[in-house]
Design a protein around this ligand. Structure first.
Ligand code: SAH
Length: 253
């Protein structure tokens, strides 16, 4: 067993391959093995060495290509074979990406690792629809929330919608499309104005990007009408209305 194996938990960014960091790009070009997810742009695989080992472990909502424990076992095995392994994850590895769980497993097994941050979906999507997540006039904080409280069958974390409804912070919801109606109702019931602007961005920063704007009271209907679904982020707050005048990205399909 070689001791020089190492795992790099690399964020791929939200879609546009050019949004990866230079460090992530360098590691992809040189690594011995890559373990990658569903939301990772396949254009990035063209940077790999021809002899680089490729492992697709992608997931879709409710449909796991490979259970998390097996992904972690795979990372440990590849590193123990002495390989330089890139664990390529959509967005940032430490934002709703289970990167923390993978790092803990690697640490437990004494495997060396590094974490390479990246543009998380909230930042990429907001930028590409022209929504500044903070703005001196409208919002001085931003909160990332997972709308999917029970990924897999793990512990349910209670989200305090009341405190979010009252905070004045821009809210960005990940994994929320399946529960959008309930979340909008919760926020309205707990004091957020029904006319609060909302912008939903599907496949942000990719050629498939689509967005729908509305208000807390009508966004569910608008999203249904447009047929917009996962992967999407939901941006809630006064800044969401600015996308109408600041948008600049023309997706080309
Ligand atoms: N680690 C990732 C998030 C993984 S959770 C990150 O930092 O971005 C998966 C969720 O991220 C999706 O359900 C969706 O809410 C969001 N997401 C990821 N890529 C996206 C994209 N290109 N456009 C819109 N939402 C995206």
């Amino acid at each position: 067993m070689s001791s020089s194996g190492k795992v790099y938990l690399v964020g791929a960014g939200p879609g546009d391959p050019e949004l990866i960091t230079m460090k992530g790009h360098r590691l992809l070009r040189t690594c011995d093995a890559v373990v990658y997810d569903y939301l990772v742009s396949t254009a990035m695989l063209e940077w790999l060495r021809p002899d680089c080992e490729r492992h697709y472990v992608g997931k879709r909502a409710g449909l796991h290509a490979l259970p998390q424990e097996e992904i972690e076992d795979l990372l440990v095995r590849l590193a123990r074979e002495g390989k330089q392994v890139v664990r390529l994850k959509g967005g940032d590895p430490f934002i709703f990406g289970r990167g923390g769980e993978e790092a803990l497993t690697l640490r437990k097994h004494g495997i060396a690792y590094e974490v390479v941050p990246a543009v998380t979906a909230a930042l990429g999507c907001a930028a590409y629809v022209g929504v500044p997540l903070t703005h001196r006039k409208f919002s001085s904080s931003v909160t990332f929330i997972s709308g999917h409280e029970q990924p897999g069958k793990e512990a349910v974390l209670e989200i305090d919608w009341g405190s979010h409804a009252q905070s004045g912070s821009t809210l960005v919801l990940y994994m929320a499309m399946g529960r959008l109606e309930e979340i909008c109702q919760q926020l309205t019931a707990r004091g957020m104005s029904p006319t609060t602007p909302v912008c939903v961005v599907e496949w942000g920063t990719t050629p498939r990007q689509r967005s729908v704007s509305g208000q807390l009271q009508d966004i569910v209907w608008r999203v249904q009408e447009a047929g917009v679904g996962a992967p999407a982020v939901v941006i809630i707050g006064a800044v969401a209305a600015l996308g109408d005048s600041l948008s600049w990205f023309d997706p080309v399909i």
